[in-house]
Write a protein that binds this ligand. Structure first.
Ligand code: G4P
Length: 534
């Protein structure tokens, strides 16, 4: 199958479709309201009839985290990787990120596949640790960030204090697009700065349906809201004065961040977020390849794997590779080339995973996410193309901080053990480090968060029938090094050098003191901090 890149109608169609796409992820500290916001966004897109229909923490959590169930219950299109819906003239792709900090490496990969991030801040807590870590990742990737101050219906911090914290800790200039009317805990509505009007929110069925919003002129708002209105206008005015008027270029350049206020639980301010995404968030644009030259969106199909997930359907022990489409049109059935191996890959049997039901998707455009089922040869970071070879930049690995030696519990299952470890490494579940000294039978597993080891143990036992024994190592930090470091540090206490499968030599140290001691005693060694710290 060939994509006629010269056909002007086709080129125009691809441009139009790419321009309609808004592909983003929500970054937040656990409990800031990411899942609630996700439901609220879908609700506003009128895709579902009710959000959070089940009441109580346990039920709701289950419903939200299990998107497959949500899809089943409400008949919306959700894969475990991306929620896609139409809003106004746009197609919104909201990519899921894991909530737990231990899986921040997965989040990082998702952030490689989006064009924008929404930083969700709990109004009572401000910028929390995980938010800051993920913010740093966005900064490294130059991702534009929209900031949403959530839970304004609950007592929290002062709005201006939150703005100061954002400026000081992120370096981003806050650019209010809405400003809360009423202090935190008394959320009446927002000053919609773009339209200079008061959007008054009304509670509706405890957030189970879209908030009723009425609009008033500033004069009417002043009459009805009195000092709350004038405070909102004064505060937002102060922020604008000391920073800048809304500037879409500064937002796209990652130097300033639009500010919105919300209560995801009450669906307040959610429509405003969708409108900002549609009006200002960057659309799918030419993506730079490994050489830095952007591949036009109208080029033949290309994309890269940002996530591999196994066991989505326990019965089938399946394996789904999620691709972010970067150029051209993905058409089901096309035979694409895997850049790393040069091998052809038939998407004939591939489908798009939409929750429990695997729905066949015939086409996907730049910005969209396609799930290829049973794509076990695809690895995280792999590029695929139809014509005109392209390699997208590798997704860098995080700096691991936890290290354990893995051994097969049953030596007769060494083959399964080896295959399992290799597979989990390709899926990005864990990093694998080796050395001649340790041998093939006992690789070192390296993780950003300790929960990754639990996943490895479970998967090795149940998916690969190769239960393993893990033994903790005392190291807590890693540096990128060179082959010479391996013999140099072979007998040094508190350090070890191992080879990671991406070809990097990782020097591991018990602690910063061990690192400093070795830096002093071996001044010739290269020990470079790993760019992407968790
Ligand atoms: P997460 O995915 O970021 O971890 O957060 P999640 O949506 O699960 O929300 C965490 C808790 O915060 C939930 O409460 C949720 O109802 C609540 N929440 C989310 N957004 C808002 C908001 O705008 N206002 C208020 N008041 N609460 C919000 P929970 O865990 O069910 O506990 P509970 O507070 O309902 O008892």
């Amino acid at each position: 199958m060939s994509q006629d890149v010269l056909n002007p109608a086709r080129v125009q169609e691809i441009h139009q479709e790419a321009a309609r796409r808004r592909t983003f992820a929500v970054i937040s500290h656990p409990d800031a309201g990411k899942s609630t916001l996700t439901e609220a966004l879908a609700l506003h897109a009128k895709v579902i009839g009710t959000a959070g229909a089940s009441s109580g923490k346990a039920n709701r959590k289950e419903t939200v985290s299990d998107w497959m169930q949500m899809e089943k219950d409400r008949g919306i299109s959700i894969s475990s990787a991306a929620l896609q819906f139409s809003y106004r003239d746009s197609v919104i792709n909201l990519l899921d990120t894991p909530g737990h900090a231990d899986f921040s490496e997965d989040t990082y990969r998702v952030l490689a596949a989006v064009d924008c991030a929404v930083m969700l801040v709990d109004a009572a807590k401000g910028l929390e640790t995980q938010t800051m870590k993920l913010f740093e990742v966005c900064k490294q990737r130059n991702l534009p960030i929209i900031t949403v101050i959530n839970k304004w219906d609950r007592p929290g911090l002062d709005a201006l204090a939150l703005m100061d914290e954002i400026t000081e800790r992120t370096g981003l200039q806050p650019m209010p697009l809405t400003w809360a009317v009423g202090i935190s805990g008394d959320f009446r509505g927002v000053w919609d700065l773009r339209n200079d009007r008061f959007a008054r929110f009304q509670r509706n069925n405890a957030g189970a349906s879209i908030a009723l919003t009425e609009y008033f002129t500033p004069e009417e708002a002043s009459d009805s809201q009195g000092v709350d209105w004038s405070n909102a206008v004064d505060e937002a005015g102060l922020v604008i004065e000391s920073n800048l008027e809304f500037d879409v270029d500064a937002f796209h350049a990652g130097t300033a961040t639009p500010i919105l206020f919300s209560s995801a639980a009450l669906n307040f301010g959610v429509k405003e977020l969708l409108d900002v995404l549609v009006d200002f968030a960057p659309h799918a644009a030419p993506r730079p390849d490994v050489e830095g030259s952007p591949r036009p969106v109208e080029s033949a199909f290309s994309g890269f794997v940002f996530k591999v997930q196994a066991g989505m359907n326990k019965a089938h022990r399946d394996h789904v590779a999620f691709i972010r489409v970067c150029s051209g049109v993905f058409e089901r059935g096309m035979v694409v080339t895997q850049t790393r191996t040069g091998k052809s890959f038939a998407t004939k049997y591939a489908q798009q995973v939409f929750g429990r039901e695997r729905e066949v998707i015939d086409e996907a455009y730049p910005g969209d996410v396609v799930g290829l089922v049973n794509a076990s040869t695809l690895r995280v970071g792999d590029s695929l193309f139809l014509e005109g070879a392209v390699e997208y930049p590798a997704i860098p690995l995080f700096a691991p901080e936890h290290f354990q030696v893995a051994r097969s519990k049953d030596p007769s299952k060494f083959k399964q053990f080896r295959r399992g470890i290799e597979q989990l490494e390709h899926e990005g579940v864990i990093q694998v480090l080796r050395s001649d000294l340790r041998g093939d039978q006992s690789p070192v597993l390296a993780a950003v968060g300790p929960m990754q080891f639990e996943v490895v143990e479970d998967r090795m036992e149940h998916d690969f029938n190769a239960p393993l024994r893990l033994e903790r190592l005392p190291y807590s930090m890693a540096r990128i090094s060179t082959p010479e470091a391996m013999p140099a540090l072979a007998n040094v206490v508190g350090a070890e050098v191992l080879l990671r499968s991406d070809g990097e030599y990782l020097a591991l140290f018990n602690d910063i003191w061990a690192l400093r001691r070795i830096e002093k005693n071996h001044p010739g060694l290269t020990l470079v901090p790993i760019g992407t710290h968790n």
